[in-house]
Every structure is written in structure tokens, then in C-alpha cells.
Design a protein around this ligand. Structure first.
Ligand code: MEV
Length: 452
């Protein structure tokens, strides 16, 4: 633990840029060599900067289940760690297989809603549960060439040398090629930018079980000089595209309305979907609900969730207008049908998935080894989460569920156990008084009655 009594005791005052000027301290965020300092020193500097209390410093320095050295090797300038709750959604049946789904999220009700939806959707698709399917794990690596003297002919020149370019890309990753992956194809587009014409080369790489950004970045960098040579242009960007349109995951359900509360609810869910298709303001929130589930699994398994979000929302706009990623409707036999499609760039090997011990445990709980299966589970969770939100919205509204959960949590915090939890929660909701104090009062009342 780091003890710091006053600014003047901080040994790194000079580095910190806390300059004594006349009577007062002037703060500067320009801190040269901050990254080179030992963690304790960095923490002292920040503690002095923000006037952190001993208690706050102690909390920040608690690395929980993440080894401190590991944390420092993961990112730069580390001064502590932050824990999020790790939960498990139950009841999931996907492609006729049962799953416990690890979820990391700060928002109440999401896990409960996912579990609840998964329970109802177990009956879908003739008892196979949610169906899901992911395509091959194709990532795109891009090279953008500018200042090409003859862009039209250069495009054809690149296409003529396709095999050489793919071989060059594959020479960077023999292991992947041996496993059956690697650069498989390329696409070339001539695009007009406000700074002149640009040739966009997309390398299509089967990354198998990796998320694949590193793999395709290396390949893009490897082929760029060759592309410059054969086109006479200059490579500006050599990087992955997170618009992973060849790495799609799909999930779908076809369910008898009787299993989800009846025909009327099914019809209203279809209405809610139609509204999202027609109103972009609603579409964004509709998709946010889907991402509640997907990102919670992504966090538990240490995926690059920013990449998933970026790709998903771009995909939602693929036809020029932002649309919901899922559609709900009633089919000709009166079944409720829900379909979801989005790009999912996830991995089960490499990166933080490999290094973070909790991510490894999450994958073990999930019982998933391949990126394809992980993507399928995530799509299924996204669809279930979306179903839960729509069902709640068209019935009791979203707040009722929140309140119920909140009331239950307060009852538990007050010490209620077993049946008393729901009895106390329901009484608080009925009275419209949902507080810790009320929960304690009711618990005492019921305990007295039981003791009689
Ligand atoms: C809240 O986190 C998510 C919802 O707003 C999603 C939706 O409205 O569909 C409930």
C-alpha cells in the first residue's frame, strides 16, 4: 500500500510537473517518462494530482483476480485495476446444446433478462433452442494507396499479381497457413477521396480461431511495399478493417407464441420490431439492447468489444440507413420468428483471451473452443437479450422488472432469505416504498410473525 501524507512527500514532484510558484501549486499533465516509472511512483503522482485519500489509493491498488505484473504487461501507465461483476446467465439452449453463459456488465437486469428469455426460448425450433450459425472467420486487412500515377491500370495490375500478393501475405504466418487459414483472396477498389484517387486493397484472411487484427495488420504491412512497387503509388494505411462483413454470425428462433405468453404478446413484439425498422431513433436503442448481451459476453471472454461495436453499427447502416440488426415477425403458421445477423470478430486464442485468466475460465464455463462457436453463442445471446427487452417493453414496461430486481436486492441486503425475499420485495413494490430501511422494517415484522 502506498502511504502519502502530503504533496511535498511525493518524491516525484519534478517529474510530475507540480511546480511551486510563489504561494500556490500549478498542475501540469505534461509528465515526461511517466510510463517508465514503477507503478508505485505513477500511483503517487496521480494520488497527489487528484488528492486521493489513503482509502482510495488502497482500493485502486487492489488488483483483485488480475495479477499485477500481468496487468502491467497488458497496457501502459497502469496504476491499479477495476473489477466488474462476473455473472452467469442460465437456461441457454443453442443448437440443441445447453450453455451457461458468462457475462460481465455493470447494468442491473441484463443477466436476469437474458436468463429469463433463454428459459422461454428453450422451446424454440422444436426444442433445439436458439439456432445460430457463423460463417468462416474471415478478417479483412487493408492497404490504401495514394498518388498512384495510373490508378485504373494499377487496379488490374494488382489483380494480375493476386497469387504473388497472397503468397507474400501468407509468408508472415506459416502456422496459420498450416492450420488451413491465411490470406485466401483479395479485392481491389478504386475510390475517390477529397485528396484524390485511392486504391483500396482488401486482403481476405481466414484467421480461424484468432480475433485476427494482429495477423492481418502484419500481412497488410508485409504486402504494402510490393503494392507500392507494382502501382508506383504510396501506401498510406496498412491496417485491419473492423467492418468484418465476411465474418457474419446469425441467430434465429421460431417459437409457438404459447411459450412466450401468447399470441397478443407475439404480435406486439412484431410491432416493436416494425417500429425499429421505421424509426432510426428506436433502431439505435433496439440494437443497444442486442449489444447488452453481446458485449457482456465479449467482456467476460476479454474480446475487443470496440471492434465488435464498430463493426455491428456499420453493418446496421450497410444500406445507407441505420436499421435494427434483428427482425421479429409472425410467420404464416402463427409462430413468432426472430432473426439476427451481424459481423462478430471474436477469438478464442491469442491476445487478452489467452493472457487474462478470467477469460480462460469464462471460455471453460462456456465450454467453447472455437471462434465460430463463440460467435454463434454471442449472436444467440444478443437475440435472447433483444427478445427480453422487446417482451418487457410491450408488456409491463422495462421499469417494472428493474424495480422488482432492485426490491429483491434490497431484501437480500437486509438479510431476507428464501421465500421472504420475494414476499418483502412484492410488499415494497405494492406500497411504492422501495428502500433498504423499508426492507429491514418488513424483515423484522415477518421474523417476529414467524417466531410467534
Ligand atoms: C437497456 O439497457 C436496453 C433497452 O433499452 C433495449 C430496448 O429498448 O430494446 C431496454
Amino acid at each position: 500500500m502506498i502511504k502519502l501524507n502530503s504533496y511535498l512527500e511525493a518524491p516525484s514532484l519534478l517529474i510530475l510537473g507540480l511546480k511551486m510558484s510563489q504561494q500556490h501549486l500549478e498542475k501540469s499533465s505534461r509528465i515526461s517518462g511517466f510510463y517508465k516509472l514503477p507503478l508505485e511512483e505513477r500511483l503517487k503522482i496521480v494520488a497527489a494530482w487528484a488528492n486521493l485519500t489513503e482509502e482510495e489509493i488502497k482500493l485502486l491498488s487492489n488488483f483483485g483476480n488480475l495479477d499485477r505484473k500481468l496487468a502491467e504487461s497488458m497496457i501502459e501507465n497502469v496504476i491499479g485495476a477495476m473489477s466488474y461483476p462476473f455473472a452467469v446467465a442460465v437456461n441457454f439452449r443453442i443448437n440443441a446444446k445447453d450453455y451457461l453463459v458468462p457475462m460481465v456488465i455493470e447494468e442491473p437486469s441484463v443477466v436476469a433478462a437474458a436468463s429469463n428469455a433463454a428459459r422461454m426460448l428453450r422451446e424454440a425450433n422444436n426444442g433445439d433452442g436458439i439456432r445460430a450459425d457463423a460463417s468462416k472467420q474471415i478478417m479483412i486487412g487493408q492497404v490504401h494507396l495514394m498518388k498512384v500515377p495510373s490508378p485504373r491500370t494499377a487496379v488490374f495490375e494488382i489483380l494480375r499479381r493476386k497469387e504473388e500478393i497472397l503468397d507474400l501475405a501468407n509468408s508472415t504466418n506459416e502456422t496459420l497457413v498450416k492450420l488451413g487459414g491465411g490470406a485466401k483472396d483479395l479485392e481491389v477498389r478504386l475510390i475517390e477521396t477529397r485528396r484524390g484517387p485511392c486504391i483500396a486493397v482488401n486482403l481476405l484472411v481466414d484467421v480461424i480461431d484468432a480475433m485476427g487484427a494482429n495477423t492481418v495488420d502484419t500481412m497488410a504491412e508485409a504486402v504494402a511495399p510490393y503494392l507500392e512497387k507494382i502501382t508506383g503509388g504510396e501506401a498510406r494505411l496498412r491496417i485491419v478493417s473492423n467492418y468484418a462483413i465476411y465474418r457474419l454470425a446469425r441467430a434465429w428462433v421460431r417459437i409457438d407464441p404459447e411459450h412466450i405468453g401468447g399470441k397478443e404478446i407475439a404480435e406486439k413484439i412484431a410491432d416493436a420490431s416494425a417500429i425499429a425498422e421505421a424509426d432510426v431513433f428506436r433502431a439505435v436503442t433496439h440494437n443497444k439492447g442486442i449489444m447488452n448481451g453481446i458485449i457482456a459476453v465479449a467482456l467476460a471472454t476479454a474480446q475487443d468489444h470496440r471492434a465488435i461495436e464498430a463493426g455491428a453499427h456499420a453493418y446496421a447502416s450497410r444500406n445507407g440507413v441505420y436499421k435494427p440488426l434483428s427482425i421479429w415477425d409472425i410467420d404464416s403458421q402463427g409462430y413468432l420468428v426472430g432473426v439476427l445477423e451481424l459481423p462478430l470478430q471474436v477469438g478464442t486464442v491469442g491476445g487478452a483471451v489467452k493472457t487474462h485468466p478470467i477469460a480462460q475460465i469464462a471460455l471453460k464455463i462456456l465450454g467453447v473452443k472455437t471462434a465460430k462457436e463463440l460467435a454463434e453463442v454471442m449472436a444467440a445471446v444478443g437475440l435472447a437479450q433483444n427478445f427480453a427487452a422487446l417482451r418487457a417493453l410491450v408488456t409491463t414496461g422495462i421499469q417494472a422488472g428493474h424495480m422488482k430486481l432492485h426490491a429483491r436486492n434490497l431484501a437480500i441486503a437486509a438479510g431476507a432469505q428464501g421465500e421472504l425475499i420475494d414476499i418483502i420485495a412484492e410488499e415494497m413494490i405494492k406500497e411504492g416504498k422501495i428502500s433498504y430501511g423499508k426492507a429491514v422494517e418488513l424483515l423484522k415484522k415477518y421474523q417476529k410473525e414467524i417466531a410467534k
